[in-house]
Design a protein around this ligand. Structure first.
Ligand SMILES: C[S@@+](CC[C@H](N)C(=O)[O-])C[C@H]1O[C@@H](n2cnc3c(N)ncnc32)[C@H](O)[C@@H]1O
Length: 249
């Protein structure tokens, strides 16, 4: 892995990130498996040897099909799954932050979010997206409802279990292994899967969340996938490709 920056003005940012991730700054990406590029606009990830070698992955909340502007149907399903009612404020722990789309959608609907991400590269991408969102007038207010910690959620949830420090909802969207390189698996998700690999502790994550949540735990799954750890939910909300399993506390 290496960090590449495109303008001299980005040198300090590159050095800071290189120290945090303990990877070198590079001037040539040849032969590298993972490249992080810093431009004036953003931090992005590319995986030169992947099936999508030229694709760039980055967190984006200001432009494009960002989380809070996503299709109405998927937005409504998620908000129904977390039990958000009109004029109600929920505190939500997004234990598997990823690139923050779901979190931004929930924050955009008024939820107070605490987002966790344990993969240091994904955490850096998410922090960069949130920083840009906090600097833009359209998204500043939403970004202000999000706090972020780069850490493991099982460890965090164990720390708050049995304390007063409970979130109304704990939200989980762990990686689900793609069955094939189908067109349905978006390039972005494919690249994150290559970066993160297999997650062996998702059942443990659900059990820890169930012990720590205030009102409910919500798990996002592919529509036809078995429930996480074969633990039956209280009910499910199903869309065309996605399902939300809801565990009432
Ligand atoms: C499918 S992605 C989440 C996508 C996210 N919901 C979104 O809307 O962008 C899953 C992410 O959860 C993270 N993750 C998995 N287990 C975790 C844990 N125990 N603690 C923190 N992060 C975790 C992975 O590193 C990965 O980035």
């Amino acid at each position: 892995m290496g960090i590449f920056y495109t303008e001299p003005g980005q040198k300090k940012r590159a050095e800071l990130l290189a120290r945090t991730l303990e990877v070198p700054i590079i001037t040539d990406s040849a032969g590298l498996d993972i490249v992080l590029t810093i431009t004036r606009d953003r931090l992005s990830l590319s995986i030169p040897g992947s099936s999508a070698p030229h694709a760039l992955v980055y967190a984006e909340f200001v432009k494009g099909p960002a989380g809070y502007r996503r299709k109405r149907s998927s937005r409504e399903m998620l908000l129904r799954a977390i039990g958000l009612r009109r004029d109600q404020q929920l505190s939500v722990l997004d234990a598997t932050g990823g690139l923050g789309k779901d979190s931004f959608l929930m924050a955009g609907s008024g939820c107070t979010m605490h987002v966790l991400e344990r993969n240091p590269v994904v955490a850096a991408l998410l922090q960069d997206g949130l920083r840009r969102a906090s600097e833009h007038t359209d998204t500043r207010e939403i970004a202000a409802r999000i706090t972020f910690s780069a850490m493991d959620a099982i460890q965090y949830l164990r720390g708050i279990a049995g304390t007063e420090n409970r979130f109304d909802v704990v939200y989980l969207d762990p990686m689900y292994p793609a069955r094939n390189k189908s067109r349905l698996v978006k390039k972005e998700m494919q690249m994150l899967q290559e970066l993160i690999g297999h997650e062996p502790d998702t059942e443990q994550l659900l059990n820890t969340a169930l012990a720590a949540a205030g009102k409910r735990v919500v798990v996002k799954r592919p529509r036809t996938a078995p429930s996480l750890g074969d633990i039956a939910p209280s009910h499910s909300i199903k869309g065309k490709t996605t399902r939300f399993d809801v565990y009432m506390i």
